[in-house]
Design a protein around this ligand. Structure first.
Ligand code: PBG
Length: 330
């Protein structure tokens, strides 16, 4: 007897592009994409980042252009990272009004502040000469509570520069509450706080270290999460929401889709995910070798991050991907 599948044939809804489009459960939209960008003080030309082919350290001028393109592509936002010319133990340039990050925020707001959300990385690692995300105790460990004082000042500098949203990526305990209070006390009630709530100590940040010329020796395991832990992410998220986070993030994305799905199910605020530098680099390297189809792999990777539960995605592909979405009917 020939085996038959009976009445149920799942292939019916896969048979044509139109049918697949009708039943697709997840769709990508430019408004759900955020482009991370790097700006470096003192550059006269954009400088390529070797481990992230196609991504550069911008000059202030080329950054403005990238922000304008992001706005024209309909992106939801840009996330700014900056590399200062001079670093010190406390990351002084992070809080100087004319520090490179604060200048770049003002540039981005002037360029496209009505069209997208200008977001800024709020962390000290780009600004310290030791490369840690906070200030150190005399014995060299990261001093949580002394760092919070710096973060509060940094938030005020970024808000004064016009940032719409500050992205707390340092993984210090209490950072969301301290920054929220500092902003509110200074009259910046409208500046939103994105908490990198579940940020793991990941090898996939490797290329980012080149992008920001990180001075770090060692690792960040005393403050970022252990990749072994899933349940712990729920605590991070609950605390950040209780402390006033407007958005919570899971980072990296692709190796943490289980965490992302948990967070999406439990969160009462929007959930972001960050497709980080190493995820980008892996796709680029494999595609350059002809081992995977670049465009399909990029679309699939970002789609899967959305499917797992991210409301929006930070990805170095944001502008390019938005261009493809405009071409497709999906
Ligand atoms: C810290 C920060 C890092 C990234 C974003 N913010 C590096 C780290 O925690 O070591 C990584 C982003 C990426 O890899 O794309 N300011």
């Amino acid at each position: 007897m020939t085996p038959t599948p009976g009445r149920v044939r799942l292939r019916r809804t896969r048979a044509t592009p139109a049918m697949r489009r009708l039943v697709a459960e997840t769709r990508l939209h430019p408004a759900e994409l955020v482009l991370p960008v790097f700006v470096r003080e003192g550059l006269t030309e954009p400088r390529p980042i070797t481990s992230m082919p196609g991504v550069v350290q911008h000059t202030r001028d080329s950054l403005k252009q990238a922000v304008a393109e992001a706005a024209a592509a309909g992106l939801g936002g840009v996330m700014l990272f900056a590399i200062p010319a001079v670093r010190d133990a406390v990351g002084s340039q992070a809080t100087e009004p004319d520090g490179i990050l604060n200048l770049a925020i003002a540039d981005a707001v002037a360029e496209a502040g009505d069209a997208l959300v200008v977001q800024a990385d709020l962390c000290l690692d780009e600004f310290t000469d030791h490369g840690h995300c906070g200030v150190l105790t005399p014995t060299g460990t990261v001093d949580n509570d002394a760092t919070l004082v710096r973060y509060a000042d940094m938030a005020l500098a970024q808000a004064a520069a016009g940032a719409h949203l500050v992205g707390l990526s340092g993984m210090m305990d209490g950072q969301t509450a301290v920054v929220r209070d500092a902003l509110d006390d200074a009259g910046h009630q409208d500046v939103a706080v994105l908490a990198y709530a579940a940020k793991y100590a990941s090898a996939f940040y490797g290329p980012f270290r080149e992008a920001v010329e990180s001075q770090l020796e060692g690792d960040r395991r005393t403050y970022q999460m252990d990749p072994a832990n899933r349940r712990e992410a729920a605590r991070e998220i609950a605390i950040d929401i209780a402390e006033g986070a407007d958005v919570v993030m899971v980072k990296p994305a692709m190796s943490y889709l289980d965490v992302l799905a948990d967070v999406a199910a439990a969160s009462t605020v929007p959930v972001a995910a960050y497709q980080v530098s190493g995820e980008y680099a892996m796709i680029e390297a494999a595609a350059a070798n002809g081992w995977i189809e670049r465009r399909r792999a990029i679309l699939e990777s970002v789609l899967s991050i959305r499917r797992a539960g991210a409301d929006h995605v930070l990805t170095y592909y944001a502008t390019e991907l938005a261009g493809w979405l405009a071409e497709e009917t999906r």
